[in-house]
Design a protein around this ligand. Structure first.
Ligand code: ADP
Ligand code: MG
Length: 320
C-alpha cells in the first residue's frame, strides 16, 4: 500500500465539520473561522522511546496524541475544532493503523474535532498533532495573570499516570486489576475541555498538568511574577496511589509524576463562590490545593503550618 492509498484508506474519509470548506486532499485545508473569535493553536509531538514504549497499544497512542493537544486547548479555555496529524511510521502495518485511528477518531468525534490535513512519512515512529481551537475575543485563559492571594485549584486526581509508568518501567509491580485502572490514566488521559469552558471569566490563570503540579504551577507563578504555596495534605491524590504507595511517595508522585493532564488554575477570592456552578456541568471534581503568594522563588510546599520537604522535586525536562 502506497502513501496515498494509506491516506485515502485511514485518514481522508473522516467526519467533517461544516466550517471545513476543504479538508484532506488539497494542498492545504480551507476553514471558515467564526466571527468575533480568536484562533488558539498548539502542537505536541510523541516520539517512540521518549514519550512511549514501542509496545504501546496503538489505540492508546492514537488517543493520547490527540488528547495531549486538546488538553493544551482546554487550558486556554478554547473550543477544539480542527487538527492536523503528521505521522512517521517505520512501516505500513494495517492492523496497527486501524487501531491507532480507532483511538484517534473516537476522541475526535467526541469533541466534534475534524482532521483537516497532515503528513505521512516513513521513519522512526513519531506522531505530531497540531490542534486549532476558537475562543470568544479576549476570553482566553493564560498563565500570566494570576495575582497574589488567588487560590490554586486542580481538577480530577493526581499521580495515577506516573504510578502506571513506574510499573511499565519495571520499578514497581502492580496487580493486574490496579494496573488496569492506572493504565487508563496513563494511556487514555481525558482532556478537561468542558472544565476549560467553565473557567472562562472565573479563573485568573490556567495550565494543564503535563510535567507535574509542582513544575507546572511554577510556570504559572513565574509568568505571573509571583510565587505559590501548595498544601500537600490537600492534594487530590489518586486513590490507588494512596493505597499502593507510602504517604511521602504518593505526595511526590502527585507533585512531580506528570502526565495527569488535569487543569491547574487560579481563582481570585471574589470569584471563589462562582466556581462550583462554573464547573458543575463538566462533571469533574475540583479541589483547592494552595494559594499564590508574593516572591520569586520556587513553589513552596506546606503541611499545615509546617514547611514540607520532598526529596526529588523536579518536573519533566527533555534537556536537563
Ligand atoms: P503535499 O505533498 O501537498 O504536502 P501530501 O501528499 O503530503 O500533500 O498529502 C496529501 C493530502 O493528504 C493533504 O491534504 C494532506 O493534508 C493529507 N494528509 C497526508 N497525510 C495525512 C495524515 N496523516 N492525516 C491527515 N491528512 C493527511
Ligand atoms: Mg506532504
Amino acid at each position: 500500500m502506497g502513501e496515498f492509498d494509506l491516506i485515502e484508506r485511514f485518514f481522508a474519509n473522516s467526519a467533517k465539520r461544516p466550517d471545513v470548506v476543504l479538508g484532506i486532499g488539497d494542498d492545504a485545508a480551507l476553514i471558515t473561522p467564526p466571527e468575533n473569535h480568536q484562533l488558539v493553536i498548539t502542537t505536541d509531538t510523541l516520539v517512540e522511546g521518549v514519550h512511549f514504549f514501542a509496545d504501546i497499544p496503538p489505540a492508546a497512542l492514537g488517543h493520547k496524541s490527540l488528547a495531549v493537544n486538546l488538553s493544551d486547548l482546554a487550558a486556554m479555555g478554547a473550543e477544539p475544532r480542527w487538527v492536523t496529524l503528521a505521522i512517521t511510521l517505520p512501516s505500513a502495518r494495517m492492523e496497527w493503523l486501524e487501531q491507532f485511528c480507532q483511538g484517534f477518531f473516537e476522541l475526535a468525534e467526541y469533541y466534534n474535532v475534524t482532521l483537516v490535513g497532515g503528513d505521512t512519512t516513513r521513519g522512526p515512529l513519531s506522531i505530531t498533532v497540531t490542534a486549532h481551537g476558537v475562543i470568544p475575543m479576549e476570553q482566553a485563559l493564560t498563565r500570566h495573570q494570576a495575582q497574589v492571594g488567588d487560590w490554586v485549584y486542580v481538577t480530577g486526581s493526581l499521580g495515577g499516570s506516573a504510578l502506571a509508568l513506574r510499573h511499565l518501567q519495571g520499578q514497581q509491580r502492580l496487580s493486574s486489576e490496579i494496573l488496569e485502572v492506572l493504565l487508563q490514566r496513563h494511556y487514555y488521559p481525558q482532556p478537561r475541555v468542558l472544565s476549560g469552558y467553565g473557567l472562562r471569566g472565573v479563573a485568573s490563570s490556567c495550565i494543564d498538568l503535563s510535567d507535574g503540579l509542582w513544575a507546572d504551577l511554577g510556570h504559572v507563578a513565574k509568568a505571573s511574577g509571583c510565587s505559590a504555596k501548595i498544601q500537600v495534605n490537600q492534594l487530590p491524590i489518586h486513590p490507588q496511589v494512596k493505597l499502593q504507595c507510602q504517604n511521602d511517595d504518593a505526595i511526590a508522585l502527585a507533585l512531580c509524576g506528570g502526565e495527569d493532564y488535569e487543569l491547574c488554575f487560579t481563582v481570585p477570592e471574589a470569584m471563589k463562590g462562582s466556581l462550583d456552578v462554573a464547573l458543575s456541568y463538566s462533571g469533574i471534581e475540583h479541589c483547592c490545593v494552595g494559594q499564590m503568594i508574593a516572591g520569586q522563588g520556587p513553589v513552596e510546599l506546606w503541611q499545615g503550618e509546617q514547611p514540607y520537604t520532598c526529596c526529588h522535586l523536579q518536573g519533566w525536562d527533555h534537556f536537563s
